[in-house]
Design a protein around this ligand. Structure first.
Ligand code: NG1
Length: 531
């Protein structure tokens, strides 16, 4: 597969690749500050003297290594008479570093707006879009009309609770499925994949188009086609599709949802239809269940609702998405255990078994808590709190159901605590919650494996603030949190000590960045999509 750039033995997460959000923004802000200062020939040094800023701090600020307090930043921008947007962004930047949790969230929103208006959009995938378009034209004899980019995700915390309708905290990542598409004037779907392990597939958009439960890539395409057909109705129109992607498969990074979301958006775009995002989230989740996993809606929601440099707290029934800015000094490293987490066969059965066990545990807990027959986990937690419910479970539930419910109840509490830790920029607290989540998934939910446990421990030993398995488990990746300055070193060590001895592919260890959700772009000059 052709990539836009190569990163030598470090795979896609090489050093040049990690020009991070924070420093890009800071550099651009400071560059513009300097230009504005020169233009107005105001003396920053004189200002610093007047406002009592120490010479050392001044030098650090000029080098972009430190920021003044919000009060000082406000004085600066006033004296320098900066354009309003630049002034607001600079003060927001200072607040992000020195303010309390609420101030930080407000500041992050201002900076996000400024960044979008002033900086080029960061890379969302290593896949070269023009290469995908060339291959499409060569394969189908006509150019694609649309390109869809649908990202994978890392779930930071809140594992195996989305299907219990409890909130989770994932982020979309800068690895994605890329789809080129063109509408056909018959009912045929022809799809191929740049990755030759996935054989081309063709089918008619008719009632026989029932997705199978094999978990093959074509079963996800059939699932996508079937929900688009039933949503859009007549006239049925097929499409030619070409897929490429750099979300590792069987890794717990949600390549299947990126595939389904990418296919659904591509089929809609080919028909000239743009559905509301919330509806797409629900549709895609329903579509993916056709392949046989009774999953929750986390993956489709974050794939569509991700936000650059933010985690998103996702709630269910009704869907709600609350972006939470990620501190500039945090990084997430993902590393593959080497055990493939294919969502087929035993892993699929084990997943669905957990869904059933949770339903049984909930029914018993409701009875013990004398709750309404309709009460869900959220209602029980609101009324009784996690601790009391765990005590009830310890008294009345059979051992397996006790363990499953203890995980669900405590993981839900951890998500709330993690959201707070994030708002306070408390790296070690967030890391400790990730560690506790892993222990619970290992001991109570029984979805880990020795390789995941060892790899998470290795990441901690190498300086990560916390590490946990990500996604459904039964293999796949761990995600580790660390300080930005340690991220490259941590990734290098994980390569040396885990990836290389096991001869795992280069993508097995990556520093990931929180990315925007899926998007469609028209690449020819035809009419715009209608809502
Ligand atoms: P993975 O295995 O990473 O695709 C699955 C489910 C999620 C969620 C997690 C566990 C699918 C499509 N997704 O994610 O809904 O339940 O497991 O938290 O099956």
């Amino acid at each position: 597969m052709k990539r836009r750039e190569t990163h030598g033995s470090q795979g896609v997460a090489g050093a040049a690749d990690r020009r991070l959000a924070a420093s890009e923004l800071r550099d651009e802000l400071l560059r513009r500050m300097r230009t504005a200062r020169l233009e107005r020939s105001a003396s920053l040094r004189a200002l610093a003297v007047r406002t009592g800023m120490s010479p050392t701090l001044l030098v650090l600020v000029e080098q972009g290594k430190r920021l003044p307090s919000p009060r000082l930043a406000s004085e600066w921008v006033e004296t320098l008479d900066l354009p309003t947007d630049l002034a607001q962004a600079f003060v927001a930047w200072a607040r992000l570093h020195h303010g309390g949790p609420e101030e930080r969230i407000a500041a992050a929103l201002v900076l996000d707006g400024w960044r979008r208006a002033n900086l080029p959009a960061p890379r969302r995938t290593t896949i070269d879009e023009s290469f995908v378009r060339e291959r499409f034209a060569a394969r189908f004899g006509a150019p694609a009309t649309h390109i869809v980019v649908a990202p994978g995700r890392v779930n930071l915390i809140g594992e195996h609770i989305d299907y219990n309708l409890l909130p989770v905290l994932p982020m979309a990542i800068d690895r994605a499925v890329v789809v080129a598409v063109r509408e056909r004037d018959d009912q045929r779907v022809r799809a191929c994949n740049i990755d030759e392990r996935h054989a081309p597939c063709e089918f008619e958009l008719d009632a026989r188009n029932v997705p199978d439960a094999s978990g093959s890539w074509s079963s996800y395409l059939r699932a996508a086609a079937s929900i688009v057909t039933s949503r859009l109705g007549e006239p049925r129109r097929g499409a030619d599709l070409l897929f490429a992607g750099d979300v590792p498969e069987a890794a717990g990074l949600s390549s299947s949802s990126a595939l389904v979301v990418g296919a659904v958006m591509a089929l809609c775009a080919a028909r000239g239809v743009e559905l509301p995002r919330e509806e797409l989230m629900e549709l895609c989740a329903r579509g993916e269940r056709l392949v046989g996993v009774q999953s929750g809606g986390m993956d489709q929601a974050i794939c569509l609702g991700g936000r650059l440099d933010h985690a998103v707290k996702v709630g269910f029934a009704p869907l709600s998405l609350q972006p939470a800015p990620l501190p500039a000094a945090w990084r997430f490293v993902v590393a593959h255990s080497g055990v493939l987490a294919h969502k087929a066969g035993r892993a699929k059965d084990a997943y669905n078994e957990r869904v059933r066990e949770c339903a049984e545990a909930l029914a018993l807990l409701r009875r013990s808590a004398l709750a309404r027959p309709e009460a869900d986990w959220r209602e029980l937690l609101r009324i009784h709190g996690a601790e009391h419910l765990v005590a009830l479970a310890e008294r009345g539930l059979p051992p397996t159901l006790l363990r499953r419910s203890r995980h669900v109840l405590q993981e839900a509490a951890r998500v709330e605590q993690a959201v707070l830790a994030l708002a306070c920029g408390d790296l070690s607290r967030f890391g400790a919650l990730m560690d506790a989540s892993h222990a619970s998934l290992r001991d109570d939910y029984e979805v880990s494996c020795p390789e995941l446990d060892d790899l998470a421990q290795l990441a901690r030993d190498l300086g990560a603030a916390g590490a946990r398995l990500v996604g459904a488990g039964f293999g796949g990746c761990v995600v580790a949190l660390c300080e930005a300055r340690l991220a490259q070193g941590l990734a290098d060590e994980l390569r040396e000590r885990w990836q290389e001895p096991r001869q795992l592919p280069a993508w097995s260890v990556q520093v990931v960045r929180a990315s925007d959700g899926a998007s469609t772009r028209r690449v020819d000059a035809g009419p715009a999509c209608r809502a």
